[in-house]
Structures are given as C-alpha cells and as structure tokens.
Design a protein around this ligand. Structure first.
Ligand SMILES: N[C@@H](CCC(=O)N[C@@H](CS)C(=O)NCC(=O)O)C(=O)O
Length: 85
C-alpha cells in the first residue's frame, strides 16, 4: 500500500523546493500543506517536530525532518524503504 507523504512548506522556501524535487525525482505523490501565515498550524508543527524550520516531511504521520534529513536518509539508502518504494 502506498505511504501517505505530507510536506509542510511556506511560500519562499528553497529547502522546500529541494525536498519536493527529491520526492518528485522518486516519483512519490505527496500532499503539500502551505503553512505560510498560519500560526496555529505552525505551532502544531513545532510541537510535532521540535523544529522551527520548513519543510517538514511526514510519512504515514511520522515526522522525518527537513530536506537535509531526508537527503541524508537517501544517501544512507534508507529513504526508499521509508517511502515504501
Ligand atoms: N536544515 C533545514 C533548513 C530549512 C530552512 O532553513 N528553512 C527555512 C526556509 S527555506 C526556514 O524555515 N527558515 C525559518 C523560517 O522560515 O521561519 C532543512 O534542510 O530543511
């Protein structure tokens, strides 16, 4: 079964573009949630991830961090399995 991938982004965010590009290159479908100006959702994100930056990537509701984090997982050969590829 396909995994549910969600990426939280803001409007001007080079790291968000980089993360989406990585997921696009892998052919992964994802839901993008733009939290620009949404203080409630941003606060929720900080609580869930303990990080204040975007993007934040979730797979099946589990947080995996930002672009650097998923890129490191990819370099370690772990990302595809996490994504269910
Ligand atoms: N190491 C992080 C860096 C992310 C980052 O610096 N994101 C910027 C936007 S591209 C950010 O969230 N800046 C603080 C803010 O917008 O409040 C990653 O790879 O995701």
């Amino acid at each position: 079964m396909a995994k549910k991938v969600t990426i939280y982004t803001t409007n001007y965010c080079p790291y968000c573009h980089a993360a989406k590009k990585l997921l696009d290159q892998k052919g992964v479908s994802y839901q993008e949630i733009n939290v620009e100006g949404d203080d409630v959702k941003r606060q929720w994100l900080v609580q869930k991830t303990n990080q204040r930056t975007v993007p934040q990537i979730f797979v099946d509701d589990q947080p995996y961090g930002g672009f650097d984090d998923i890129s490191a997982l990819d370099d370690q050969g772990k990302l595809d399995e996490i994504l269910g590829l």
